[in-house]
Design a protein around this ligand. Structure first.
Ligand code: ATP
Ligand code: MG
Length: 390
Protein backbone atom coordinates (compact mmCIF):
# COMPACT_ATOMS: atom_id res chain seq x y z
CA UNK A 1 0.00 0.00 0.00
CA UNK A 2 2.65 2.59 1.01
CA UNK A 3 4.70 4.18 -1.73
CA UNK A 4 6.96 6.56 0.14
CA UNK A 5 8.43 7.54 3.50
CA UNK A 6 8.21 11.01 4.92
CA UNK A 7 11.34 11.77 6.93
CA UNK A 8 10.63 14.03 9.88
CA UNK A 9 13.50 15.96 11.37
CA UNK A 10 13.92 18.45 14.19
CA UNK A 11 13.52 22.12 13.50
CA UNK A 12 15.78 23.34 16.31
CA UNK A 13 19.16 24.47 15.11
CA UNK A 14 18.15 24.26 11.47
CA UNK A 15 17.19 27.84 10.91
CA UNK A 16 18.63 30.00 8.15
CA UNK A 17 21.77 28.98 6.30
CA UNK A 18 22.39 25.98 8.55
CA UNK A 19 19.17 24.44 7.39
CA UNK A 20 20.61 23.62 3.97
CA UNK A 21 23.77 22.15 5.40
CA UNK A 22 21.69 20.07 7.79
CA UNK A 23 19.21 18.89 5.15
CA UNK A 24 21.80 18.08 2.52
CA UNK A 25 23.88 16.13 5.01
CA UNK A 26 20.77 14.30 6.16
CA UNK A 27 19.87 13.32 2.59
CA UNK A 28 23.41 12.12 1.95
CA UNK A 29 23.44 10.07 5.16
CA UNK A 30 20.04 8.52 4.38
CA UNK A 31 21.19 7.56 0.88
CA UNK A 32 24.29 6.08 2.43
CA UNK A 33 22.47 3.90 4.94
CA UNK A 34 20.08 2.69 2.21
CA UNK A 35 22.94 1.58 -0.04
CA UNK A 36 22.99 -1.72 1.84
CA UNK A 37 19.46 -2.64 0.72
CA UNK A 38 19.12 -1.11 -2.73
CA UNK A 39 18.80 2.07 -4.71
CA UNK A 40 16.23 4.58 -3.51
CA UNK A 41 15.36 8.09 -4.53
CA UNK A 42 15.83 10.39 -1.54
CA UNK A 43 14.78 13.97 -2.20
CA UNK A 44 13.70 17.26 -0.73
CA UNK A 45 10.43 18.87 -1.70
CA UNK A 46 8.72 21.84 -0.08
CA UNK A 47 11.05 21.67 2.93
CA UNK A 48 10.51 17.97 3.53
CA UNK A 49 12.55 14.88 2.83
CA UNK A 50 11.01 11.87 1.11
CA UNK A 51 12.17 8.38 0.23
CA UNK A 52 10.42 6.55 -2.62
CA UNK A 53 9.81 2.95 -1.60
CA UNK A 54 9.88 1.31 -5.07
CA UNK A 55 7.64 -1.55 -3.86
CA UNK A 56 10.02 -2.51 -1.07
CA UNK A 57 8.35 -3.27 2.31
CA UNK A 58 8.26 0.01 4.25
CA UNK A 59 9.43 -1.72 7.44
CA UNK A 60 12.73 -2.71 5.88
CA UNK A 61 13.43 0.79 4.58
CA UNK A 62 12.14 2.66 7.65
CA UNK A 63 14.25 0.45 9.89
CA UNK A 64 17.37 1.76 8.15
CA UNK A 65 16.29 5.38 7.79
CA UNK A 66 15.38 5.69 11.48
CA UNK A 67 19.00 4.94 12.43
CA UNK A 68 20.22 8.11 10.75
CA UNK A 69 20.93 10.83 13.30
CA UNK A 70 18.81 13.91 12.77
CA UNK A 71 15.77 11.81 11.89
CA UNK A 72 13.06 12.35 14.48
CA UNK A 73 10.53 10.03 12.87
CA UNK A 74 9.67 8.15 9.71
CA UNK A 75 6.11 8.04 8.39
CA UNK A 76 5.11 5.49 5.76
CA UNK A 77 2.65 7.25 3.48
CA UNK A 78 0.68 6.92 0.30
CA UNK A 79 0.90 9.72 -2.23
CA UNK A 80 -1.42 9.77 -5.23
CA UNK A 81 -2.72 11.90 -8.07
CA UNK A 82 -5.03 14.59 -6.72
CA UNK A 83 -8.54 13.39 -5.95
CA UNK A 84 -10.56 14.23 -2.86
CA UNK A 85 -12.46 10.93 -3.01
CA UNK A 86 -9.19 9.12 -3.53
CA UNK A 87 -7.85 10.77 -0.37
CA UNK A 88 -10.84 9.55 1.64
CA UNK A 89 -10.22 6.01 0.45
CA UNK A 90 -6.56 6.18 1.37
CA UNK A 91 -7.59 7.27 4.86
CA UNK A 92 -10.08 4.41 5.08
CA UNK A 93 -7.58 1.80 3.98
CA UNK A 94 -4.95 2.97 6.48
CA UNK A 95 -7.36 3.32 9.38
CA UNK A 96 -8.56 -0.24 8.73
CA UNK A 97 -4.98 -1.42 9.16
CA UNK A 98 -4.67 0.56 12.41
CA UNK A 99 -7.87 -1.06 13.73
CA UNK A 100 -6.36 -4.47 12.99
CA UNK A 101 -3.38 -3.35 15.06
CA UNK A 102 -5.66 -2.52 17.99
CA UNK A 103 -6.56 1.15 17.57
CA UNK A 104 -9.84 2.14 19.25
CA UNK A 105 -9.96 5.90 18.68
CA UNK A 106 -8.84 8.30 15.95
CA UNK A 107 -8.90 11.83 14.71
CA UNK A 108 -8.35 13.32 11.27
CA UNK A 109 -5.98 16.22 10.65
CA UNK A 110 -6.00 17.84 7.25
CA UNK A 111 -3.49 20.05 5.54
CA UNK A 112 -4.88 21.96 2.62
CA UNK A 113 -2.13 23.17 0.31
CA UNK A 114 -4.55 23.80 -2.56
CA UNK A 115 -6.31 26.99 -1.53
CA UNK A 116 -8.79 26.74 -4.41
CA UNK A 117 -10.56 23.80 -2.74
CA UNK A 118 -13.98 24.95 -1.49
CA UNK A 119 -13.73 23.48 2.04
CA UNK A 120 -11.49 24.71 4.86
CA UNK A 121 -9.10 22.17 6.33
CA UNK A 122 -11.29 21.99 9.42
CA UNK A 123 -14.33 21.14 7.28
CA UNK A 124 -12.30 18.58 5.37
CA UNK A 125 -11.23 16.84 8.59
CA UNK A 126 -14.86 16.66 9.75
CA UNK A 127 -16.01 15.38 6.36
CA UNK A 128 -13.29 12.72 6.08
CA UNK A 129 -13.87 11.73 9.73
CA UNK A 130 -17.58 11.28 9.00
CA UNK A 131 -16.76 9.17 5.95
CA UNK A 132 -14.47 6.93 8.01
CA UNK A 133 -17.03 6.47 10.80
CA UNK A 134 -19.75 5.59 8.30
CA UNK A 135 -17.58 2.97 6.60
CA UNK A 136 -16.16 1.39 9.72
CA UNK A 137 -19.47 0.86 11.45
CA UNK A 138 -18.79 1.01 15.16
CA UNK A 139 -15.27 -0.44 15.04
CA UNK A 140 -13.66 2.86 16.04
CA UNK A 141 -14.57 6.14 17.74
CA UNK A 142 -13.41 9.73 17.42
CA UNK A 143 -11.27 11.21 20.18
CA UNK A 144 -9.92 14.64 19.32
CA UNK A 145 -7.93 15.01 22.55
CA UNK A 146 -5.93 11.78 22.87
CA UNK A 147 -6.58 9.56 19.86
CA UNK A 148 -4.80 6.24 19.37
CA UNK A 149 -4.30 7.18 15.74
CA UNK A 150 -4.01 10.48 13.90
CA UNK A 151 -5.03 10.15 10.28
CA UNK A 152 -3.07 12.87 8.53
CA UNK A 153 -4.57 13.88 5.19
CA UNK A 154 -2.87 16.31 2.84
CA UNK A 155 -4.60 17.90 -0.08
CA UNK A 156 -2.08 19.71 -2.26
CA UNK A 157 -2.21 21.37 -5.64
CA UNK A 158 -0.67 18.40 -7.44
CA UNK A 159 -1.33 15.40 -5.23
CA UNK A 160 -2.95 13.96 -2.13
CA UNK A 161 -1.22 12.08 0.65
CA UNK A 162 -2.22 10.16 3.74
CA UNK A 163 -0.37 8.63 6.68
CA UNK A 164 -1.21 7.36 10.13
CA UNK A 165 1.95 6.14 11.77
CA UNK A 166 5.25 7.73 12.66
CA UNK A 167 8.09 5.37 13.58
CA UNK A 168 10.35 7.21 16.03
CA UNK A 169 13.99 7.92 15.16
CA UNK A 170 16.80 8.92 17.51
CA UNK A 171 16.84 12.64 16.72
CA UNK A 172 20.17 14.37 17.18
CA UNK A 173 22.12 15.99 14.35
CA UNK A 174 23.36 14.51 11.07
CA UNK A 175 26.82 12.97 11.36
CA UNK A 176 29.32 15.33 9.76
CA UNK A 177 27.76 18.61 10.86
CA UNK A 178 29.75 19.06 14.09
CA UNK A 179 33.46 18.36 13.90
CA UNK A 180 35.50 15.17 14.24
CA UNK A 181 35.99 12.98 17.26
CA UNK A 182 38.50 10.19 17.95
CA UNK A 183 36.84 7.51 20.06
CA UNK A 184 38.92 5.30 22.35
CA UNK A 185 37.17 2.05 21.58
CA UNK A 186 37.74 -0.91 23.86
CA UNK A 187 35.85 -4.16 23.56
CA UNK A 188 33.72 -3.27 26.58
CA UNK A 189 30.14 -2.13 26.99
CA UNK A 190 30.75 1.56 27.54
CA UNK A 191 32.94 2.89 24.78
CA UNK A 192 30.70 1.72 21.88
CA UNK A 193 27.83 3.56 23.57
CA UNK A 194 29.99 6.67 23.94
CA UNK A 195 30.78 6.50 20.20
CA UNK A 196 27.08 6.30 19.38
CA UNK A 197 26.20 9.17 21.71
CA UNK A 198 28.84 11.48 20.30
CA UNK A 199 27.93 10.69 16.68
CA UNK A 200 24.34 11.49 17.58
CA UNK A 201 25.42 15.08 18.21
CA UNK A 202 26.61 15.32 14.62
CA UNK A 203 30.30 14.54 15.07
CA UNK A 204 31.95 12.28 12.54
CA UNK A 205 34.15 9.71 14.22
CA UNK A 206 37.19 7.53 13.91
CA UNK A 207 38.23 5.03 16.54
CA UNK A 208 41.45 3.85 18.11
CA UNK A 209 41.80 0.49 19.80
CA UNK A 210 44.71 -0.57 21.99
CA UNK A 211 45.67 -4.22 22.09
CA UNK A 212 48.58 -6.16 23.54
CA UNK A 213 49.23 -8.71 20.86
CA UNK A 214 50.61 -11.40 21.37
CA UNK A 215 49.36 -11.25 24.99
CA UNK A 216 45.87 -10.57 23.69
CA UNK A 217 44.72 -12.67 20.75
CA UNK A 218 43.34 -11.95 17.30
CA UNK A 219 39.83 -12.69 18.53
CA UNK A 220 39.82 -9.73 20.88
CA UNK A 221 40.65 -7.49 17.92
CA UNK A 222 37.92 -9.12 15.84
CA UNK A 223 35.46 -8.34 18.60
CA UNK A 224 36.37 -4.66 18.37
CA UNK A 225 36.04 -4.78 14.57
CA UNK A 226 32.60 -6.26 15.02
CA UNK A 227 31.60 -3.51 17.48
CA UNK A 228 32.93 -0.87 15.10
CA UNK A 229 30.90 -2.41 12.31
CA UNK A 230 27.70 -2.15 14.34
CA UNK A 231 28.48 1.49 15.14
CA UNK A 232 29.09 2.19 11.45
CA UNK A 233 25.41 1.40 10.78
CA UNK A 234 24.69 4.71 12.46
CA UNK A 235 27.73 6.74 11.51
CA UNK A 236 28.66 5.52 8.04
CA UNK A 237 32.08 4.04 7.30
CA UNK A 238 35.00 5.15 9.43
CA UNK A 239 38.63 4.36 10.14
CA UNK A 240 39.67 2.10 12.99
CA UNK A 241 43.26 2.50 14.17
CA UNK A 242 44.87 -0.48 15.92
CA UNK A 243 47.71 0.34 18.28
CA UNK A 244 49.92 -2.19 20.05
CA UNK A 245 50.47 -1.24 23.67
CA UNK A 246 52.64 -4.19 24.67
CA UNK A 247 55.94 -2.35 24.91
CA UNK A 248 54.30 0.37 27.02
CA UNK A 249 52.66 -2.13 29.36
CA UNK A 250 55.96 -3.97 29.76
CA UNK A 251 57.89 -0.81 30.51
CA UNK A 252 55.29 0.29 33.07
CA UNK A 253 55.29 -3.15 34.69
CA UNK A 254 59.05 -3.13 34.88
CA UNK A 255 59.68 0.41 36.07
CA UNK A 256 56.62 1.73 37.88
CA UNK A 257 54.65 0.93 40.99
CA UNK A 258 52.15 -1.87 40.63
CA UNK A 259 49.15 0.10 41.89
CA UNK A 260 49.71 2.87 39.33
CA UNK A 261 49.75 0.61 36.28
CA UNK A 262 46.21 1.22 35.10
CA UNK A 263 46.33 4.97 35.42
CA UNK A 264 49.70 5.14 33.68
CA UNK A 265 48.45 2.97 30.82
CA UNK A 266 45.36 5.16 30.49
CA UNK A 267 47.56 8.25 30.20
CA UNK A 268 49.52 6.62 27.39
CA UNK A 269 46.30 5.76 25.59
CA UNK A 270 45.20 9.36 25.83
CA UNK A 271 48.52 10.67 24.55
CA UNK A 272 48.57 8.29 21.62
CA UNK A 273 44.97 9.10 20.72
CA UNK A 274 45.80 12.80 20.97
CA UNK A 275 48.74 12.40 18.63
CA UNK A 276 46.64 10.53 16.06
CA UNK A 277 43.95 13.21 16.40
CA UNK A 278 46.37 16.05 15.85
CA UNK A 279 47.92 14.30 12.84
CA UNK A 280 44.46 13.78 11.34
CA UNK A 281 42.94 17.15 12.25
CA UNK A 282 40.48 15.83 14.78
CA UNK A 283 38.87 18.09 17.37
CA UNK A 284 38.33 15.89 20.40
CA UNK A 285 38.85 12.53 22.11
CA UNK A 286 35.89 10.47 23.34
CA UNK A 287 35.94 7.89 26.12
CA UNK A 288 33.34 5.71 27.80
CA UNK A 289 34.27 6.83 31.30
CA UNK A 290 31.67 7.44 33.96
CA UNK A 291 32.30 8.83 37.44
CA UNK A 292 33.16 6.21 39.99
CA UNK A 293 32.58 3.18 37.77
CA UNK A 294 36.01 1.65 38.37
CA UNK A 295 39.12 2.63 40.33
CA UNK A 296 40.58 4.62 37.44
CA UNK A 297 37.37 6.61 37.06
CA UNK A 298 37.23 8.31 40.43
CA UNK A 299 37.44 12.09 40.16
CA UNK A 300 41.13 11.83 41.09
CA UNK A 301 41.62 9.11 38.47
CA UNK A 302 39.86 11.14 35.77
CA UNK A 303 41.92 14.19 36.72
CA UNK A 304 45.12 12.21 36.23
CA UNK A 305 43.97 10.75 32.92
CA UNK A 306 42.92 14.15 31.68
CA UNK A 307 46.21 15.71 32.74
CA UNK A 308 48.11 13.74 30.08
CA UNK A 309 46.59 15.66 27.15
CA UNK A 310 45.69 19.17 25.99
CA UNK A 311 43.00 18.22 23.50
CA UNK A 312 39.31 18.46 24.42
CA UNK A 313 38.11 15.17 25.97
CA UNK A 314 34.42 14.35 25.72
CA UNK A 315 32.86 11.78 28.05
CA UNK A 316 29.24 11.37 27.03
CA UNK A 317 28.55 8.69 29.68
CA UNK A 318 30.07 10.62 32.57
CA UNK A 319 26.85 10.76 34.66
CA UNK A 320 25.24 7.52 33.54
CA UNK A 321 25.17 4.41 35.66
CA UNK A 322 25.79 0.95 34.29
CA UNK A 323 22.11 0.08 33.98
CA UNK A 324 21.41 3.12 31.81
CA UNK A 325 24.45 2.38 29.65
CA UNK A 326 23.45 -1.25 29.18
CA UNK A 327 19.97 -0.18 28.13
CA UNK A 328 21.44 1.94 25.34
CA UNK A 329 23.93 -0.79 24.39
CA UNK A 330 21.01 -3.19 23.96
CA UNK A 331 19.01 -0.68 21.95
CA UNK A 332 21.87 0.01 19.54
CA UNK A 333 22.73 -3.71 19.43
CA UNK A 334 26.32 -3.59 20.65
CA UNK A 335 25.59 -5.29 23.98
CA UNK A 336 25.65 -8.92 22.83
CA UNK A 337 29.06 -8.43 21.21
CA UNK A 338 30.46 -6.41 24.12
CA UNK A 339 29.78 -9.15 26.65
CA UNK A 340 31.65 -11.86 24.73
CA UNK A 341 34.51 -12.67 27.11
CA UNK A 342 37.86 -11.72 25.57
CA UNK A 343 40.98 -10.57 27.33
CA UNK A 344 41.47 -6.82 27.20
CA UNK A 345 44.98 -5.37 27.20
CA UNK A 346 44.27 -3.60 30.48
CA UNK A 347 42.82 -6.57 32.30
CA UNK A 348 45.95 -8.59 31.53
CA UNK A 349 48.26 -6.01 33.02
CA UNK A 350 45.86 -4.87 35.73
CA UNK A 351 47.33 -4.41 39.21
CA UNK A 352 46.01 -6.43 42.11
CA UNK A 353 45.06 -3.32 44.01
CA UNK A 354 44.73 -0.25 41.77
CA UNK A 355 45.15 3.16 43.29
CA UNK A 356 41.82 4.99 43.68
CA UNK A 357 43.07 8.45 44.62
CA UNK A 358 46.10 9.06 42.43
CA UNK A 359 47.78 12.45 42.65
CA UNK A 360 48.86 14.16 39.47
CA UNK A 361 52.33 15.16 40.80
CA UNK A 362 53.03 11.68 41.98
CA UNK A 363 51.93 10.10 38.69
CA UNK A 364 54.01 12.58 36.71
CA UNK A 365 57.02 11.69 38.81
CA UNK A 366 56.48 7.97 38.19
CA UNK A 367 56.42 8.67 34.48
CA UNK A 368 59.86 10.26 34.62
CA UNK A 369 61.24 6.72 34.72
CA UNK A 370 59.84 6.13 31.24
CA UNK A 371 60.76 7.40 27.80
CA UNK A 372 57.25 8.75 27.29
CA UNK A 373 57.87 10.49 23.97
CA UNK A 374 59.72 7.58 22.43
CA UNK A 375 57.13 5.06 23.53
CA UNK A 376 54.28 7.16 22.14
CA UNK A 377 56.08 7.71 18.87
CA UNK A 378 56.89 4.04 18.33
CA UNK A 379 53.33 3.00 19.16
CA UNK A 380 51.94 5.45 16.59
CA UNK A 381 54.52 4.46 13.99
CA UNK A 382 53.52 0.81 14.30
CA UNK A 383 49.80 1.49 14.19
CA UNK A 384 47.67 -0.16 11.51
CA UNK A 385 44.48 1.34 10.13
CA UNK A 386 41.46 -0.30 8.56
CA UNK A 387 38.25 0.96 7.05
CA UNK A 388 35.12 -0.22 8.80
CA UNK A 389 31.86 -0.32 6.89
CA UNK A 390 28.58 -2.03 7.29
P1 ATP B 1 34.57 0.00 28.43
O1 ATP B 1 33.34 -0.75 28.62
O2 ATP B 1 34.42 1.07 27.42
O3 ATP B 1 35.76 -0.89 28.19
P2 ATP B 1 35.39 0.26 31.19
O4 ATP B 1 34.37 0.55 32.17
O5 ATP B 1 35.95 -1.09 31.05
O6 ATP B 1 34.87 0.78 29.77
P3 ATP B 1 38.11 1.30 31.44
O7 ATP B 1 38.67 0.01 31.03
O8 ATP B 1 38.58 1.97 32.66
O9 ATP B 1 36.52 1.31 31.52
O10 ATP B 1 38.34 2.31 30.26
C1 ATP B 1 37.80 3.59 30.26
C2 ATP B 1 37.77 4.09 28.83
O11 ATP B 1 39.07 4.07 28.29
C3 ATP B 1 36.95 3.22 27.92
O12 ATP B 1 35.59 3.56 27.94
C4 ATP B 1 37.59 3.51 26.58
O13 ATP B 1 37.12 4.74 26.04
C5 ATP B 1 39.05 3.67 26.95
N1 ATP B 1 39.74 2.36 26.80
C6 ATP B 1 40.01 1.45 27.77
N2 ATP B 1 40.65 0.38 27.26
C7 ATP B 1 40.81 0.62 25.94
C8 ATP B 1 41.38 -0.09 24.83
N3 ATP B 1 41.94 -1.30 25.01
N4 ATP B 1 41.36 0.47 23.62
C9 ATP B 1 40.80 1.69 23.43
N5 ATP B 1 40.22 2.40 24.42
C10 ATP B 1 40.24 1.89 25.66
MG1 MG C 1 37.37 -1.60 29.32
Amino acid sequence: MYNLLIVKYGEIGVKGKNRYIFENKLIKNIKNVLNSIGEFKVYKEYGRIYVDLNDVDYNIVANEVKKVFGVVGVAPAVKEKKSYDGLKDLALEQLKEEIENGAKTFKVETKRGDKSFPMTSFEMSADIGGYLLKNLDGKIKVDVKKPDVKVICEYRREWVMCYTKVIPGFGGLPVGTNGRAMVLLSGGIDSPVSAWEIAKRGMSIEAVHFHSYPFTNERSQDKVRELAKIISKYTGEFRLHMVNLTEIHEQIAEKCRDEERTILARRFMMRIAEKISNDRNFNALVTGESIGQVASQTIEGLTCTNDAVDILVLRPLITMDKIEIIKIAEMIETYETSIIPEADCCSLFAPKKPITKPKVDRIRRSEEKLDVEGLVERAVDNMTTELIKY
